[in-house]
Structure formats: C-alpha cells, structure tokens
Design a protein around this ligand. Structure first.
Ligand SMILES: O=C(O)C1=C[C@@H](OP(=O)(O)O)[C@@H](O)[C@H](O)C1
Ligand SMILES: C=C(OP(=O)(O)O)C(=O)O
Length: 447
C-alpha cells in the first residue's frame, strides 16, 4: 500500500489585493497522456512544460515499470523513448498510483490489450474510488480482473492479446472511461467505438491523432482502428485551466485584485469555470489567444468584481468538473443564493467533494445546503468569511479541497486553517509559493 505523507496543516490569512502575473503548471490531463502516448510510440518524444506533480510522476513511474525510457533533463524537458504499440512489458512490482484516478483508469486501459498482468495500488483516497466503470468495458474486451470489494483498488488485472473490439456507450460522462476504452482499442485488431452522449474533455482524441493513431470522431461516436503505430512527438504542454481556476476565483473575490494568468489552455471542453464566473459577473479577459500544438491557449487577466448568484447551468458540469470546489468558494462571496446541481460525479472524486465543501464552507461561516447532486450556497455579498477560528477544515486527501479553501482564506476576517495541505503536491506543487508571490499570507502550522 501507498505510504501516506505526514499531514501538513496550513493557515491562510487575508492580506489585501492580489497583484501580479502567474504561470500555472502544465495541464495534468495532457501531462499524463503525453507520457503514456510517448511511452507507446516509436522513437523519442520531447515534452516541455510537463506538470511535475505527484499524480503525473506516478504515471511516469508506471510507464517506466512497463518498459518506457523516461528521463528529465536539467533544463526541464522530458525525453521519452517508447516501446511501440503492443510492446508494454510485464511490470515486476505493483504499480503505485498514489492519489491519481487518471493514471489508474487510463493505464488499466493500456494493460487490458497487452499480454501482461499488473497490480494497481493507491492511497486511502484512491482505494475508495469506483473502478467498475472501467472494469466493465475492459472485461468485455477480454481483460480479467481480481479487485478489492466494491470493485476498488488494490486490484490485479490480466490483459488479453489480441483483445476483442467493442462498441461502448458511456453510462457516465467520464473522459477517463472513454480514454480507457480507446487506449485498450489502440492495440486491438479492428475498430473499437465509444459513444459519448455528453461531451467530455477530448485530449485523448486530439493527442492520439497527433501521434498518428487511426482515430475518427463523428458526432457522438469516437472510433479507433487498432494496431496502428504511434510516432514520437514534440509536445508543449499548455497551462492547466483547473489550476488557473484558483487564481481566477481568488482575484475575483479579493477587493482590488488584478492578476494575469499566462498560457492557459482554452480547449472548450475545459472552460466551464470561465463561463460560470462570467455569468456571475466576473471580469475575465482572454488576451493573445493563440494555437500551441493544436490547442487554443490564452493569457487571462482577472480583476476583482462583485459577483452575483446564479443557477449553475448543469450542462457546464463536464467542462468544469474539477473546478466545482473553487466555484463554490466564489458563490460564497456572491450576492444571493447560488444553486449548483447535476454534478453527482463530485461524490466520487478524491473525496466526496459535495460533502467536503459543505463541511468546509460551513466551518468557515457560510450557509450551505447539501443536495444529492450539488450544493446551494448563501452568498455573503462580498463580505469576508468569518474564518475557521480554532478549527481546521478537513482536506480529506483532496488537493482541490485544500486549494479551494486556501482561496477562501484570502478574503476572510480570521484565517482559514486546513488540516492537511500536503495533497496540493499531487497537481500543483508551486501553489503556496505562488499564493505568497501574489500577496496572500499562507503559514504552515504544527501538525
Ligand atoms: O481524463 C482526465 O484527464 C480527467 C477526467 C476527469 O475525470 P472523470 O473522467 O472521472 O470525470 C477529471 O475529473 C480528472 O481530473 C481528469
Ligand atoms: C479528479 C481529479 O483527478 P483524478 O481523477 O486523476 O484523481 C482532479 O484532479 O480533480
């Protein structure tokens, strides 16, 4: 099992306007896929701007364990020499996925069509997350699974080669499930099809085509013809819009703030938070929109603005699924009653993010009502939060709960304390340093 890091309690106090420029780390979804696809390609890929967070490092370690050569150069560029589609090797030890759902589910897809056996383990949070959603389609393709009760980690799977191509309609809006099936299809003879009624992030589709896979998207159907070779690529990973979201909300709620976030991925399957914040009245300007390796990227200038409550359109959910915790923080400062429903998936992330944010905001003095599929939040019309007093918010091994509540502390009468900020390192190792550089006041507390 994964060894838990020691908890790192953190307190954040208000410190006046946030000002300056921020560069967010590389997109986590694209970083995982860069390592996986390069690890399967023929030749050596170069990756610049890779997110060096624990989740992505777990993917790197697993791909190494299955034969890819992955090195980081001193200048920060990563070089990956792949094994070729179908060339993954039997790992000698269990693959430790840490806290990362994306690593787990996408790598399960890869293993499914290789003649290898792999054991996946993870931390206490990942070990509670549902894996049936990938076990089900991958079993239909011929993979065999022995999972822990409730179809959870640790689990051992044996891939089948050649696997059986399937046509699969996604029962849940999930890019991880879509990607797992497509990746299994990459080494499966014939055509594997995924039908997606609700669009989710399309990085696998775009990147697999970029690497030379025979993949087509027609309306709701994504098809991949298996056993095509992938060719090494040069990749510039754009900044992660999910990480940028923390600064979008922080600058919006702290009076007098003016923050520019450089190089943010603007793929339309990822920009739901910008849309929701704009509906609330946020001032977010996209400057210098440009194309970087087939993806739109922009600099975002965000200035403080009074926010109004909204009913969050449920159809935005897939394009902002990881941003709800920080959107709830924005709602806590808005004028009026925000209702966010249709986001049931939040219950099966690193924590139950609906319950976690209801408890966290409640502790900081916000009136919140929990629904099965979302939250209603009574906004404070720009007034600072009360703060957490002597209590500490429980981050529950969930990086996004820790960062969202750190943002809440940036406009609070008394500090917001968080019981454990160590999980932030899974997706955004530089978050605290950047908060400080913008003028916020984080302090590490005794455990
Ligand atoms: O495919 C991906 O890279 C991701 C898909 C989403 O998960 P689901 O597919 O489970 O919704 C998201 O929450 C996760 O952070 C990253
Ligand atoms: C849900 C997330 O990631 P994962 O599913 O990869 O653990 C996230 O980063 O918010």
């Amino acid at each position: 099992m994964h060894a838990p890091l020691s908890p790192r309690p953190l307190s954040i106090a208000a410190a006046g306007p946030l000002k300056g420029e921020v560069t967010v780390p590389g997109d986590k979804s694209i970083s995982h896929r860069s390592l996986m696809f390069a690890g399967l390609a023929i030749g050596t890929s170069r990756i610049r701007g890779l997110l060096e967070g624990e989740d992505v490092l777990a993917t790197a370690a697993a791909m190494r364990a299955m034969g890819a050569t992955i090195e980081r150069r001193e200048d920060g560029e990563w070089r990956v020499a792949g094994v070729g589609v179908g060339g993954l090797l039997q790992p000698n030890t269990a693959l430790d996925m840490g806290n990362s759902g994306t690593s787990t589910r996408l790598l399960m897809g890869l293993v499914a069509s290789h003649p290898i056996t792999a054991t996946f383990t993870g931390d206490a949070s990942l070990s509670k997350r549902p894996m049936a959603r990938v076990i089900e389609p991958l079993s239909r393709m011929g993979a065999d699974f022995t999972a822990s009760p409730g179809d959870r980690l640790p689990l051992t799977m044996r891939g089948l080669c050649p696997a059986v191509p399937i046509e699969y309609e996604l029962p849940v809006a999930s890019a991880q499930v879509k990607s797992a099936v497509l990746l299994a299809g990459l080494n499966t003879p014939g055509i594997t099809r995924v039908i997606e009624r609700v669009p989710t992030r399309d990085h696998s589709e775009r990147m697999l085509r970029g690497f030379g896979a025979d993949l087509n998207v027609e309306g709701e159907v994504v098809s991949i013809r298996g056993e095509a070779e992938l060719r090494a690529q040069d990749i510039d990973v754009p900044g992660d819009p999910s990480s940028a979201g923390f600064w979008m909300v922080a600058a919006s709620i702290v009076p007098g703030s003016d923050v520019t976030i450089r190089n943010v991925l603007m793929n339309p399957t990822r920009t739901g938070l910008i849309a929701a914040l704009r509906l609330m009245g946020a001032s977010i300007e996209a400057l210098g929109t440009r194309d970087v390796g087939g993806e739109a990227v922009a600099d975002l200038r965000v200035r403080h603005a009074p926010l109004s409550a909204i009913e969050v359109p449920p159809d935005l959910a897939p394009s902002m699924i990881d941003e709800y915790p920080v959107l709830f923080v924005a709602a806590a400062f808005a004028k009026g009653h925000t209702v966010a429903r249709g986001a049931h998936e939040l219950r099966v992330k690193e924590s139950d993010r609906i319950a976690a944010m209801a408890a966290a905001l409640g502790l900081a003095g916000v009136r919140v009502e929990e629904h099965e599929d979302g939250l209603s939040i009574e906004g404070r019309d720009g007034e600072p939060l009360v703060g957490t007093g002597g209590a500490r918010v429980a981050s529950l091994l969930d990086h996004r709960i820790a960062m969202a509540m750190a943002v809440a502390g940036m406009h609070a009468a008394r500090p917001v304390a968080i019981d454990d900020a160590a999980p932030i390192a899974t997706s955004y190792p530089g978050f605290i340093a950047t908060a400080q550089a913008l003028g916020a006041q984080p302090t590490w507390l005794d455990a």
